[in-house]
Design a protein around this ligand. Structure first.
Ligand code: G1P
Ligand code: ZN
Length: 544
């Protein structure tokens, strides 16, 4: 067994985005590409000797071969122990839990989340720190700087080890523990929710649910929890087999990409409750019969009902949402007299608030919801939360949402994505609008008064760090908002995201088509930003 030091040269562009380093698979397949990034990470971590590392991924193409390389590099870089999920699998929230439970230095997750996988798809790698949450910007920037000067990486010269069976293997001086990816996570869920109550609901012949794992990592988790521990009938979990290319689908749980589930949920004999999760298991979509729940509403509803589930029986400390997420949660926080935080997009900003005990629930409009039990958003956790609410309230999804709107008003909400726009064009569009924001406040546009127009900047109230340039927002008091930002997770060109929100307090007006209600704001955004004029796009690629 020999330790090899391999000479290498920097690859440009190894800068982690909103959620780790995400690139086309082919880029990751270049010899040394993965190795360079991993060595850059190990080089900037504060000492790896004897430490514990958690390792897993969402099962996409390259997952297991990358895991083997990382195990050999971890051994060569002095780690004492690596816990790897069987078959190289770990959902993002399960990995976050394991990092915390085992006092690990951190975890490496092989995933490009909801992006398609396979040789022509995307691959990704992200590092989560000792608190279980995504690496802070200071660390990802340090990795990036290091990747620009790297000259060699260290790796053990040994054959692949068997990670398909639970057990312990030695790799040089390092111990590799292959663990069941599901059991610790399932135990955690049992502590947070009333499994007896949910079991009773699922046993009732009259209640039926479907969970779409989208051929990604949550299949084994959902089968073990829903069909195993909760006794839902076999077949409750659909597309439950993790596949390297997710069956050719886009494993993103929204009404557009989870079309198969949406069709089932709108059929005549639709189940009562539908849900889906993404590639790495941190996103969730909740659907009633023919009734998708907007993620921003979901956060607000979970917050308003939190006391009904055991994990939050003592009440909440506060709520946080990402800036583009609708302000539905703010209304709940105000009514419950709770602090409410507005952070930049990406889960990493919630970590310090959770660590400091300032908030208990967090959410994003992009089908991400989570809480203090881990430091990531958590797809299955949100599904179980909803299921437990349905069981506790004895009401269906739609009834719960409508009741919430009656109490708090409805925030009509939509996101329009323009994907794979030429990066220069997208940059110019944003720069151009940014330059004109200063003149907007005080003007009346589309019949609404602009109260604020700026480029969102955030100062973390706990550690004082600041992040600028986090999205252009045009705010019309409490009534409406338009937000524009560039995606930080795309792998081809640039993606422009435009977010629309309009508040409607009157219950008599809660049943209108979302796009119709938002049409004046959509037209105004076009006027102001000139998306059609500057990019040639006549319509968004995806509307959610
Ligand atoms: C997207 C979502 C964001 C989420 C991230 C990771 O990032 O918009 O809310 O945290 O994926 O799942 P974006 O591509 O917008 O930078
Ligand atoms: Zn994800």
């Amino acid at each position: 067994m020999t330790l090899r030091t391999v000479a290498t040269r920097p690859f440009p562009g190894q800068r982690p985005g909103t959620s780790g380093l995400r690139k086309k698979t082919a880029e990751f397949e270049q010899p040394g590409y993965l190795e360079n990034f991993v060595q850059s990470l190990f080089d900037v971590l504060p000492g790896t000797a004897g430490k514990t590392l958690i390792l897993g991924g969402d099962g996409r193409y390259l997952n297991t071969s990358a895991a083997q390389i990382i195990l050999r590099m971890a051994a060569a870089n002095g780690f004492g122990r690596v816990l790897v999920g069987r078959g190289g699998l770990l959902s993002t929230p399960a990995a976050s839990h394991l990092i915390r439970r085992h006092g690990a230095l951190g975890g490496i997750l092989l995933s490009a989340s909801h992006n398609p996988g396979g040789p022509d798809g995307d691959f990704g790698i992200k590092f989560n720190a000792a608190n279980g949450g995504p690496a802070a910007e200071a660390l990802t920037e340090a990795i990036y700087r290091r990747s620009g000067e790297i000259a060699e990486y260290r790796i053990l010269d040994v054959p692949d080890i068997d990670i398909g069976r639970v057990g312990t293997v030695r790799l040089g001086a390092m111990q590799v523990e292959v663990i069941d990816p599901v059991s610790d996570y399932a135990n955690l869920m049992e502590r947070l929710f009333d499994f007896e109550r949910m079991r009773a609901l699922l046993r009732r012949g009259s209640f039926c649910m479907r969970f779409d794992a989208m051929n990604a990592v949550t299949g084994p988790y959902a089968r073990a929890i829903l069909e195993g521990r909760l006794g839902a009938p076999a077949g409750t979990v659909m597309n439950g087999e993790p596949l390297p290319d997710f069956g050719g689908h886009h494993p993103d749980p929204n009404p557009v990409h989870a079309a198969e589930l949406m069709a089932i949920m709108s059929s005549r004999d639709a189940p009562d409750f539908g849900a889906a999760s993404d590639g790495d298991g941190d996103r969730n979509m909740i659907v009633g019969r023919g009734f998708p729940v907007s993620p921003s509403d979901s956060l607000a509803i979970l917050a308003a009902n939190a006391k009904l589930v055991p994990g939050h029986a003592d009440g909440l400390k506060g709520i946080a949402r990402s800036m583009p997420t609708s302000r539905a949660a703010d209304r709940v926080a105000a009514a419950m007299d709770l602090p409410c935080f507005e952070t930049p997009t990406g889960w990493k900003y919630f970590g310090s608030l959770l660590d400091a005990g300032r908030v208990s629930l967090c959410g994003e409009e992009s089908y991400g919801t989570g809480a203090s039990h881990v430091r990531e958003k958590d797809g299955l956790w949100a599904v179980l939360f909803w299921l437990d609410l349905v069981a506790a309230r004895g009401e269906g999804v739609e009834a719960i949402v409508r009741d919430h709107w009656r109490r708090f008003g409805r925030h009509y909400y939509s996101r329009h994505d323009y994907e794979e726009v030429e990066a220069g064009q997208a940059g110019r569009l944003m720069a151009d609008l940014r330059g004109r924001l200063g003149g907007l406040a005080g003007r009346r546009l589309a019949g609404l008064d602009v109260t604020l127009a700026d480029d969102f900047a955030y100062r973390d109230p706990v550690d004082g760090s600041s992040s600028e340039g986090q999205g252009l927002r045009i705010v019309f008091g409490e009534t409406a908002r338009i937000v524009l930002r560039l995606s930080g997770t795309g792998t081809a060109g640039a993606t422009i995201r435009v977010y629309f929100e309009l508040y409607e307090p009157d219950p008599a007006r809660h049943d209108r088509p979302v796009q119709e209600v938002l049409a004046p704001l959509i037209a105004l955004a076009e006027d102001l930003a000139g998306i059609r004029r500057l990019t040639g796009r006549t319509r968004p690629s995806v509307v959610t």
